[in-house]
Design a protein around this ligand. Structure first.
Ligand SMILES: Cc1cc2nc3c(=O)[nH]c(=O)nc-3n(C[C@H](O)[C@H](O)[C@H](O)COP(=O)(O)OP(=O)(O)OC[C@H]3O[C@@H](n4cnc5c(N)ncnc54)[C@H](O)[C@@H]3O)c2cc1C
Length: 302
């Protein structure tokens, strides 16, 4: 279909592939004029704002069997890309094993959005607020191509480098290894924080997730920290993780942590907040959660 016809008011064709291979083939056939649609909540904002043109074909993923399921896998979970954010907020295996993901989903949009929006769409857009939580759990993405079923790649690697735009890749699942299997002893503790310009139903300025094991001496071990928010592609903050690994609560650690976050977190400025503000906010959010998790009041060296 020519773009001119649609500009003249013609609605796009809606295609409903019955399986993942058919979806990939349709995308390969139509290229930029065919777009995968899950909940459509993000795409709709892009079409309405003019950030993206309405394509000629919507490749509706909702009829693909198993895409809307959460299944247990080798002690962990595989979350289908069509699982709604509202489902993630209440699914027992998510709440019990991966509570930061449930909390991140709860903080996205409003109930009406969460009832349509999917985790696959949140991940595929590369800036979704669920991503920092998935990063600290070491999530892998299972990709489907026309030729290959289920190529699993670390989410962290894909965020750092999505690879060539050539070739069709459909997100077919999000794999979470058992959180309890993570190395080092101690109770698993963590936090997800989203900062916006008001408390709820607001785009994020900064999102952070912190995960670790609380050792008997009150320090955190196996620390994992990720940050995103706004148009920033989320990433692990390795320097911040090193600053908190086994560290006692105290001013020296807070200085090291703040310097690490300011040096490695790369947000963008926009009309609502500058990059410097976001960097400082991320450092403060991580510090506040670390103090809460590791136990405020324990002085360094005591
Ligand atoms: C009012 C409002 C508030 C919002 N608030 C937030 C918020 O607080 N935080 C936040 O993160 N987002 C927010 N969003 C954006 C959006 O709702 C979420 O990111 C949502 O999770 C996107 O999921 P979706 O199923 O609607 O994706 P869609 O809009 O269907 O798709 C999004 C993108 O992902 C691609 N895609 C979808 N599924 C796949 C797949 N399986 N394989 C490959 N590509 C795929 C699509 O082609 C498209 O490029 C908001 C949106 C609205 C309208």
């Amino acid at each position: 279909m020519a773009m001119e016809e649609r500009k003249a008011g013609r609605d796009p064709d809606v295609l409903r592939p019955r399986d993942a291979v058919e979806a990939c083939r349709l995308k390969a056939a139509y290229g930029a004029d065919g777009v995968f649609v899950a909940g459509g909540t993000l795409l709709r904002t892009q079409w309405e704002s003019g950030a993206a043109a309405m394509p000629g074909r919507l490749i509706d993923l909702t009829a693909i069997p198993g895409f809307d399921a959460i299944r247990e896998d080798d002690g962990g979970l595989v979350i289908g890309p069509l699982v709604k954010l509202s489902e993630l907020t209440r699914a027992e295996p998510v709440a019990s094993g991966y509570p930061l993901l449930a909390e991140a989903a709860r903080r996205i949009g409003a109930p009406s959005i969460r009832n349509l929006a999917t985790i696959g769409g949140n991940v595929a857009c590369r800036i979704g607020d669920a991503l920092p939580a998935l990063l600290v759990y070491g999530a892998e993405l299972v990709w489907r191509t026309i030729e290959r079923n289920g190529v699993a790649l670390p989410l962290e690697d894909w965020l750092a480098d999505p690879g060539s735009e050539d070739g069709v890749r459909l997100l077919a699942g999000i794999r979470l290894r058992p959180a309890e299997a993570q190395e080092s002893a101690g109770r698993l503790v963590g936090a997800f924080r989203k900062l916006g310009r008001r408390e709820a139903f607001i785009p994020s300025l900064v999102t952070v997730a912190v995960l670790g094991r609380l050792a008997e001496d009150g320090t955190l071990r196996g620390v994992r920290i990720a940050a995103g928010g706004g148009s920033a592609v989320p990433a692990r903050l390795r320097g911040a993780e090193a600053a908190l690994e086994g560290a006692r609560v105290g001013p020296d650690t807070l200085v090291r942590l703040t310097e690490a976050v300011l040096g490695e977190y790369r947000p963008a400025s926009d009309a609502f907040a500058g990059a410097d503000y976001r960097r400082m906010a991320a450092a403060n959010l991580i510090a506040a959660e670390w103090l809460r998790l590791a136990g405020a009041g324990r002085e360094e060296g005591r």
